[in-house]
Design a protein around this ligand. Structure first.
Ligand SMILES: [Mg+2]
Length: 342
């Protein structure tokens, strides 16, 4: 080891993942896909298994002063199910590992697990194992999810082709705006504990932050309509960042249209109230857990009338860049800011 010291912040989370994965050598033919997508893919007879894992840390990913334990348990499962969905696979099993400080009572653990079990029921997954240990620095939740698909049903980040249509589900930016409201009310409460948090009128956005849904409904509908997205990713770090991942993995560019970006009215109004640009929230807000995918033009007519799938742009050649056409018709370059924990 040399004396050189590189701060993790210099290369960022994605840089760190690239740096670590460079040194990994795949030894088994059954490992069809390792690091680099929403989930790894393992051969299993005439099907494949997809595997994803996620780590949630108190003080980094959640704040127990406003995240109710049942919601937190539900969210911990949903974010993993979302990564299985992003592969166009069906979640089947999860393992749940937790590290607890002595601050936690059995009742508190029960509250956390009530959310985990509710999500397991909701998404039809079995809790098949895990680990429990002591923590000296707050609550840690790690969940691994295993999903199932036929090989030809999988959607990777790398399959987008020029002229494909870019689709996104639901609406975006709500989770970030909800987080800002929760933080604001926390500061008000800390300054004056007599004050009750003012969350009336912010239920949608705070709900997007505290108890997100994985879009398994969309995955089932795509199957019914016999549409396999050419590429797919879930929106965990922000739309712009996810578009960059698809473009990099697929070797393509993209053009999206500002007036096509889906934003909920409460998200828009609350962003304005908070002096945030609503479009910046849509492009760079994380944790919406919607699905971003591309489809071949031949499939457009099958999805055209879907009330919750929005067609926001198209795939271009890599050299055309990653662009957004604004409402006024100006073309701007997209920037992937994403969620920065480091
Ligand atoms: Mg993902």
């Amino acid at each position: 080891m040399s004396d050189k010291r590189t701060e993790i912040g210099e290369i960022g989370e994605f840089g760190l993942i690239d740096h670590l994965s460079e040194k990994i050598i795949i030894k088994h033919n059954s490992t069809l896909r390792g690091i680099g997508d929403d989930a790894a893919v393992i051969e299993a007879g005439d099907h494949v298994k997809v595997v994803t894992t996620d780590l949630l840390l108190e003080g980094v990913h959640f704040d127990l002063s406003y995240a109710p334990l049942p919601h937190l348990g539900f969210k911990a499962v949903a974010v993993n199910v979302s990564d299985i969905a992003a592969m166009n696979a069906i979640p089947k099993q999860i393992t749940v590992s937790i590290a607890l400080s002595n601050r936690f009572s059995v009742e508190a653990v029960d509250a956390l697990y009530s959310g985990i079990n509710a999500a397991a029921e909701h998404y039809g997954v079995d809790v098949i194992g895990g680990d429990t240990t002591a923590s000296r620095s707050g609550l840690v939740i790690s969940i691994t999810a295993i999903g199932d698909a036929k090989k030809e049903q999988l959607s990777f980040r790398s399959g987008a082709k020029v002229n494909d249509i870019v689709c996104v589900t639901g609406d975006l930016g709500g989770a970030l705006v909800g987080l800002q409201i929760l933080e604001r009310e926390k500061q008000v409460y800390l300054a004056n504990p007599e004050m009750t948090p003012e969350l009336d009128g912010f239920q949608y956005v705070t709900g997007r932050q505290l108890r997100p849904e994985a879009r398994m409904d969309i995955i089932h509908e795509l199957r019914e309509m016999e549409v396999v997205p050419t590429s797919m990713i879930d929106v965990s770090d922000g739309l712009a960042s996810e578009l960059f991942h698809i473009c990099k993995a697929s070797g393509v560019g993209v053009t999206i249209y500002e007036d096509k970006l889906p934003i909920d009215k409460q998200t828009f109004d609350t962003a304005v109230e908070l002096n945030l640009d609503p479009i910046t929230c849509v492009l760079n807000g994380g944790e919406d857990y919607e699905l971003l995918f591309t489809i071949d033009q031949k499939d457009f007519s099958k999805l055209e009338k879907h009330p919750d799938i929005h067609f926001i742009g198209h795939v271009t050649k890599a050299e055309d860049g990653k662009l957004m056409v604004t409402k006024s018709g100006t073309v701007v370059s997209l920037k992937a800011q994403g969620w920065k924990h480091f």
